[in-house]
Design a binder for this molecule. Structure first.
Ligand SMILES: Cc1ncc(C[n+]2csc(CCOP(=O)(O)OP(=O)(O)O)c2C)c(N)n1
Length: 936
């Protein structure tokens, strides 16, 4: 063995990095065969031998171990083993009195004895413990304690060495886990008293009512307190929280500052609007049909010297677990971005972040969780790190973990997304606070997600009316005998001499008094009729807005959209296609995507920001859009919409991941938080939007009625029967129509590019008005470039969006018209083409219903008045009878039909599948439908 060389020139210097084990292993190989190691390493070993660890004492220890490199290597491996597997021996389950795998970390596993370790220097174990331990045995004991205590860590999966070193360094240095001051300990105890007393008060006062008590994971509140205060200290201006039912009332009361009396009032009767404090510290909105109390959100402003220091938002949430996650991430992205300048918005991830609180059954069970985690590092969606908390009560309803997931931990999914995970025993408030500090520090440093698995239990049944002893007797026998965290922590503080039983008692009584006083202030339920009607602004529909744009401006914008920097080489074929747009204005050849680009340009000039995402949306699924150009040589991108003269707002366009529910939820959230922004989500084909059905049902269509949550989101859903089979034809128009009521959204199925231009502009102009609502567009596919769907300059510069469009050239002799054909979308163009073959066109007319909801009753009635001899109103559609618009329009047409006028259906018969798989069968059906439409 080469003797250790401690001379100052030694290039190993004070080497004692975590890789010492590896270096030693290399050195062993080198001794066996010098040629088997990396040449650079060989050179070092040739000249200097193996690294020395420290001078003096360290050196002596290594010298003592000289000749025993194998042991040193084993000790180093042993230390890494503790880091990797310490979590398996941790004390993280409050219901377990004994550690499950107490011997897992024994040194015997590595053929080491205590004497061996005592003989080695501490630096063999960790470079993060300089001078703290006099030998490896002490260091190992320390590592065992910190890696398998009441917080455990899973960092091995982290892919970047720098992050991993930081994380392990943090744990081993204990920087995030300082001893709390006695004042802080007392404050935490007081907080736990508030948490527990509040639940107990509800339990006693509102017997048998659901509240989804927090008890068992009470430390969620100090955890949130700490994350919020640490990050606000670090400059965060906005925190958005998403969570389900569990502990929500407690979070509302104690984190969001919702007055107790408001919560109590909601237990007795509907939300009481009079109780909203007027000083503006709380923003709460109500819909007209409302929601249960444990779904309601809130907005809190943290004030300091009359100025807002930070804003905390708890998002409104439906029962559907975890679906709020992408919505909240959308809020955060919106809060981080400055949209007031052309180009992509400027993002500042330190301004804002999301906290998502998950259930231990829902986190592994709901696919939207994985989709949302996948957004976390993508250019168009990342928010610089979300802090995830699993409020883990080890049960979901009545289902225990072994039936709930195939993974050891509820959190395991997060590991695939390079997210550090800590598990913490919810009965140890100090460990919980330490975990939250680590999360905040990590996010601030690496701008990535972090997960805290807060492991507690659930004191009662799923809700307070459930009896868990019937289904989970063993677990609940333990829980019934388990003291509350307030009791446990109180005992600890009393042992430390920080708290006396009298003070603890006083704290509890003070909180109870506060609760009682608040309860006494709750007004009695009012007898008068509860108003469930939408407000006037909603009933009135969309106000008239001017969507015209002067011709000269359109011409100028058109040219600007065809400019790119000198030397920027667009793919030649594409360049030729785009340049055709130059003459299209004069030639009445403005196609769909062209009209869209012009609409966007005019909207940006008016200072309204735009955000458009979807799968392949930069180019467009049908190669129609091309709003992001690529230089064929450098691969660089350029978007002309970022450079239009006079542009006053940002234009964000992103190809989304192959997800629907998370992306649509994100865009909805973005738009709710940034209502001034025209946000569009595009489905690849409209069919796929049903993967996002929960967001459509629970948020977009009903959010305003439930929560007063306004949105002007646009959904572009390619729709139309072109023989592409069951999955590329139908956007399921019927579903949007069945959800349509109370002016909750606009559903349009248009046939002309100018209509698209005007409806986009109309939407942009109503974004900040009370009447705003989402816009669902059945977007075209074959109509994208169809000559009959193209428009001319005047169609854009003048006019507006028309809810109905008569077929030009028909009805010249009004008294002869017997049949009125009504239709919507692509079939109208098929009918228009078919017209060419028909000789006698005098007996019918065609009216295209471009806006299906709100249904244009007045416009159709006015049109009908011009044709007094109409005997039949024929609804023609290409979708099967049980789909498309038929079931929605039939009763409305019956209202419009005068005596003696029949309402008739022409289209496919009812089907279980949307469309034929065989193109030939499709063609035959289309032909038949067109034929029937024109058969007397
Ligand atoms: C998508 C969805 N499916 C089913 C339910 C019904 N449900 C409500 S709570 C719950 C159990 C949730 O367990 P967990 O995620 O562990 O949260 P906990 O209630 O235990 O806090 C279930 C199945 C729901 N709300 N949402």
């Amino acid at each position: 063995m080469t003797s250790l060389n401690g001379s100052p020139q030694n290039p190993w210097g004070e080497f004692h990095g975590p890789n010492i084990g590896y270096i030693m292993e290399m050195y062993d190989l080198y001794l066996e065969d010098p040629g088997s190691v990396d040449p650079a390493l060989k050179e070092l070993f040739d000249k200097w031998g193996p690294p020395f660890v420290d001078g003096t004492a360290e050196e002596r220890k290594i010298e003592a171990a000289e000749g025993n490199w194998e042991k040193i290597l084993l000790a180093s491996k042993y230390a890494d083993y503790i880091r990797s597997f310490g979590h398996l021996a941790g004390n993280i389950n409050p219901l377990e009195t004994e550690k499950k795998q107490a011997d897992l970390l024994d040194e015997g596993k590595f053929q080491l004895t205590e004497a061996d370790l005592r003989a080695m220097p501490a630096s063999v174990i960790s470079a993060n413990l300089p001078g703290r331990f006099s030998n490896a045995l002490e260091a190992v004991r320390y590592l065992k304690r910190i890696y398998s205590g009441k917080i455990t860590y899973e960092f091995d999966h982290i892919q970047r060495a720098e992050e991993k070193d930081w994380l392990y360094g943090m744990v081993e240095s204990g920087r995030f886990h300082p001893e709390l001051t006695p004042e802080k300990k007392k404050a935490v105890y007081q907080r736990l008293t508030e948490v527990e007393a509040f639940e107990q008060f509800l339990h006693r006062t509102f017997v048998g009512q659901k509240r989804f008590s927090i008890e068992g994971v009470d430390t969620l509140i100090p955890l949130l307190d700490e994350i919020i205060s640490e990050s606000v200290k670090g400059g965060t201006k906005n925190i958005n929280i998403g969570m389900a039912h569990r502990g929500r009332l407690n979070v509302l009361a104690h984190v969001l500052g919702k007055p107790y009396e408001m919560i109590f009032a909601e237990f007795s009767h509907a939300p009481n609007k009079e109780l909203v404090p007027s000083e503006g510290s709380i923003g709460i909105t109500f819909g007209w049909t409302g929601d249960v109390k444990y779904h309601l959100g809130l907005d809190r402003r943290l004030m300091e010297n009359q100025t807002v220091r930070a804003r905390i938002t708890l998002a409104n949430n439906p029962s559907h677990l975890e679906y709020v996650n992408p919505v909240v991430c959308g809020y955060t992205r919106a809060a981080q971005e400055d949209r007031t300048m052309p180009g992509y918005p400027k993002q500042d991830v330190q301004r804002s972040f999301s906290i998502l609180i998950h259930g231990d059954a829902a986190f592994p069970g709901q696919g939207v969780v994985a989709e949302t985690l996948n957004l976390s590092r993508l250019r168009g969606y990342q928010t610089g790190g979300t802090i995830h908390i699993i409020a883990n009560n080890m049960i979901g309803f009545t289902t225990e973990s072994e039936d709930s997931r195939s993974t050891l931990y509820a959190s395991d999914l997060a590991k695939g997304f390079d997210i550090p995970v800590v598990h913490v025993n919810a009965d140890d408030p100090e460990a919980v606070i330490a975990a939250s500090r680590l999360a905040v520090l990590y996010r601030q440093t690496f701008k990535k997600d972090f997960l805290i698995d807060l492991i507690g239990y659930r004191r009662y049944g799923h809700n307070e009316m459930d009896e868990p002893m019937a289904t989970n007797p063993l677990m609940y026998r333990t829980i019934h005998n388990h003291p509350t965290v307030r009791e446990l922590y109180g005992k600890k503080l009393m042992e430390e001499g920080i708290l006396t039983p009298e003070t603890a008692d006083r704290y509890y009584k003070e909180v109870e008094k506060k609760l009682k006083t608040a309860y006494d202030r709750v007004p009695k339920p009012r007898e008068e009729k509860i108003d469930l009607d939408p407000p006037k602004c909603v009933e009135n529909g969309i106000p008239e807005v001017d969507t015209t744009v002067p011709k000269e401006e359109l011409v100028k914008l058109n040219e600007e959209l065809l400019e790119w920097p000198q030397g920027f080489q667009v793919f030649q074929k594409l360049e030729r296609i785009l340049k055709r747009r130059s003459g299209a204005l004069k030639e009445n050849k403005i196609d769909w995507a062209h009209a869209e680009a012009l609409a966007f340009a005019t909207i940006l000039k008016e200072g309204i920001p735009i955000r458009l995402t979807g799968q392949d949306s930069e180019r467009g699924t049908f190669a129609q859009r091309h709003l992001v150009l690529h230089d064929v040589n450098s691969g660089k991108t350029f978007s002309p919409l970022h450079y239009i003269a006079g542009g006053k707002a940002s234009f964000a366009i992103h190809n989304s991941p192959l997800s629907e529910v998370s992306v649509l939820g994100f865009e909805y959230g973005y738009n709710v938080y940034a209502p001034e922004t025209l946000v569009l989500w595009e489905a690849q084909f409209g069919d796929f939007a049903n993967s996002a059905q929960v967001i459509i049902d629970q948020f977009i269509s009903s959010g305003r009625a439930k929560w007063g949550q306004k949105s002007g989101l646009v959904m572009l859903l390619p729709h139309g029967y072109e023989g592409q089979g069951p999955e590329h034809s139908s956007a399921r128009l019927e579903r949007y129509l069945s959800l349509a009521a109370e002016n909750n959204w606009t559903v349009a199925n248009m046939t002309k590019s100018s209509q698209y231009f005007h409806i986009l502009r109309r939407q942009a102009k109503i974004l900040l008005k009370e009447e705003v609502r989402p816009l669902v567009i059945m977007a075209p596919k074959s109509l994208l470039r169809h000559p009959l769907a193209m428009s001319g300059l005047e169609d854009l510069s003048e006019g507006k969006f028309h809810p109905v469009l008569p077929q030009p050239g028909l009805g010249t002799e009004p008294e002869k018209v017997r049949r009125l054909i009504l239709c919507s979308g692509k079939i109208a163009i098929d009918l228009a083409e078919k017209l060419e073959e028909i000789e006698d066109k005098s007996w019918f007319h065609i009216l295209r219903v471009e806006e299906l909801y709100p249904f244009p009753m007045k416009e159709i009635a006015r049109f009908l008045e011009q044709y007094p001899n109409v005997k039949e109103m024929v609804w023609v559609q290409e979708e099967p009878k049980n789909m498309g618009a038929w079931n929605f329009v039939e009763p409305r047409l019956n209202v419009l039909a005068k005596d003696g006028v029949d309402v008739v259906y022409v289209g496919r018969r009812s089907r279980s599948s949307t469309a034929e798989g065989d193109p030939l069968a499709h063609k035959m059906e289309q032909t038949r439908i067109l034929q029937e439409a024109f058969t007397k």
